[in-house]
Design a protein around this ligand. Sequence first.
Ligand SMILES: [Cu+2]
Length: 148
Amino acid sequence: MIKRTHALILGLLMVFILASGALASDVKVYKSPNCGCCTSWSEVLEKDGFNITTEKRSDMQSVKDTLEIPVLLRSCHTGMVEGYVIEGHVPASDIRRLLKERPDIKGLAVPGMPVGTPGMEQGGRKDSYNVIGIRKDGTTFIYNSYPQ
Ligand SMILES: [Cu+2]
């Protein structure tokens, strides 16, 4: 009887863990202490339902070196979600699609800091930009394009 109760509790725990995982993904954000647009991007993701933890780093280039983010694709902050690298102002919907489809790639990047990306709003101005997919061998492809 005790064993059955334990099994039931374990089962409920598993359901709870799986359910909470499906609801909110944890994003670890590396940013330099004074980066305002990095914080704005984090807030956009938070509103979209992601759990954000921030690590302030004054050596962002070495963070990107360690994660082997191609130099030409670099931006301000770097995020990590479920093993994927998210470089720069990548829209939440593209991260959701990534986590749903789970391609065997390194991650996504929006190089530079285009105006109109999430966290880079400036009035109504929206520059056109691509979300770049980074394969594990460092080659790239266009994952999505804006405006749509
Ligand atoms: Cu930025």
